[in-house]
Design a binder for this molecule. Structure first.
Ligand code: PLP
Length: 436
């Protein structure tokens, strides 16, 4: 069979061929549900194989923060690759520089270790917390996604929200039941629920995982005092507070959401925006907690990986963070995001539809319900039929957004104010269609 990509000359051909050789045609589950096949990306835009251009508001679910195919980042990667590729020996030059930078900007970071995906980072956080405390249980919030490890891939399936069903339902088959049983799942923003969980399991909780600002089911902030209460209970019970900043890190602020909310976790998992699309994630934390990361011993957790801190990702991240600072990227993301949310809110009022918009900085979500949700169940009440009409209308107007109602969307720094105004106008049209 030919492997020449030029023979993949239409979306239907590509899907057909893909399904023959890749389960469901994609190597990452959330990529199903599209007819399009994208073949080109640049700045704020992507193009499908039919030559249709879209403003991209998925941005690969977070990594693309400067813009697609950023030449400066790519050149830094080529330079690194042409200087010294993988050696597998000792520290990498870029690793030290990047770790120093992250320790400088991220409040929880005394030390940093790198890996290649958010799933790796949250897995290592679980191992450190268990090694440090000798406890097994993990607390997490309903609907929050932290990757695919057995220890946390629980309680965030959009498929099972039957009233009365347990919150700690596995996200998929194949997870070890004993791991699942060790996960305590609490509804987001449920103060009483968190207190009750600590009352019941406090002595057994190795870690409490949370997104500082939830993006797993759109854009749902913590209620005032919620993160502070969690911090207090973790400290009191000797439980590691783990912030999952895989989506917020280097996007909501260079130092992550923790530098906005003022609550400092013990450990932070990060990834996505740190390297503008190159595969990089990591774990940061205090000297005390990160001190439990060693190698091959019964007492210490281990981090080990052929591609950890590879020079390509290090170069991409160092250049991305440099550009974010020198080009004032975060304020630009906030200005663009604020203008968009304000415009969408005005369009919602004008159309008179039961919908609302929420978000932070470069991220936003439109919910088809009267009031902003405060937890997963409420977010899932967003009207799926209206959303499908809204989504299809936006797509036909050249606006690419997530295909499911609770998906968070985000812009990148190459988005222009003209793009934003066009998107507001497209929203007006799409909201009218959804209201019919
Ligand atoms: N944590 C959060 C909050 C995420 O959104 C994701 C991925 O979307 C992950 C962890 C897992 O990261 P990765 O896809 O890099 O494994």
């Amino acid at each position: 069979m030919s492997t020449d990509t030029r023979t993949l000359n239409s979306a239907s051909d590509t899907w057909e061929r893909a399904r023959r050789v890749v389960p469901r045609g994609v190597s990452s589950g959330h990529r199903v549900g599209w007819e399009q096949v994208f073949v080109k990306a640049s700045g704020a835009n992507i193009w499908d194989d039919q030559g249709n251009q879209y403003i991209d508001y998925i941005n690969s679910w977070g990594p693309i923060v400067l813009g697609h195919c950023d030449r400066r980042v790519n050149e830094a990667v080529f330079a690194a690759a042409n200087t010294c590729d993988l050696t597998g020996v000792g520290p990498q030059f870029g690793e030290v520089a990047l770790a120093e930078k992250i320790c400088e900007v991220m409040p929880s970071a005394d030390k940093v270790a790198f890996c290649t995906s958010g799933t790796d980072a949250t897995m290592h956080a679980v191992h450190i917390a268990r090694a440090a405390t000798g406890r097994m249980k993990i607390l997490k919030f309903h609907g929050s996604y932290h990757g695919w490890n057995d220890q946390v891939a629980v309680g965030s399936s959009r498929a099972d929200l039957t009233p009365g069903s347990p919150l700690n339902t596995p996200n998929g088959a194949g997870l070890h039941p004993a791991s699942v049983a060790d996960v305590v799942v609490v509804e987001w923003n449920d103060f009483e629920g968190v207190r009750a969980a600590f009352d019941e399991y406090g002595d057994d909780l190795a870690a409490a995982f949370t997104e500082g600002y939830v993006h797993s089911f759109g854009c749902v902030p913590a209620a005032p005092g919620f993160l502070e209460q969690l911090r207090e209970l973790c400290t009191k019970n000797g439980t590691a507070l783990v912030f999952d900043e895989v989506k917020t890190g280097f996007r909501s602020a260079i130092g992550g959401f923790q530098s906005i909310c003022g609550v400092t976790p013990d450990l932070t998992a990060f990834g996505k925006a740190v390297a503008n699309g190159y595969s990089l994630a990591g774990l940061a934390g205090s000297n005390e907690w990160m001190g439990h990361l060693g190698a091959y011993s019964k007492k210490e957790a281990t981090i080990d990986g052929t591609y950890n801190a590879n020079p390509y990702a290090m170069a991409a991240a160092s250049k991305t963070l440099e550009l974010m600072e020198t080009e004032n990227v975060i304020p630009r993301l906030y200005e663009l995001g604020e203008r968009l949310r304000t415009g969408i809110a005005a369009a919602i009022t004008e159309v008179g539809i039961d919908a609302c918009v929420s978000g932070l900085g470069s991220e936003w979500t439109v919910y088809f319900r009267k009031e902003l949700p405060t937890n997963f169940r409420q977010a899932m009440e967003s009207d799926a039929t209206r959303y499908a009409t809204y989504h299809a209308s936006l797509l036909s107007q050249g606006i690419l957004e997530p295909a499911f109602p609770t998906g968070d969307r985000r812009l990148n720094a190459s988005t222009t104010f003209e793009d934003i105004d066009r998107t507001i106008e497209a929203n007006r049209v799409a909201l009218r269609a959804a209201a019919e």
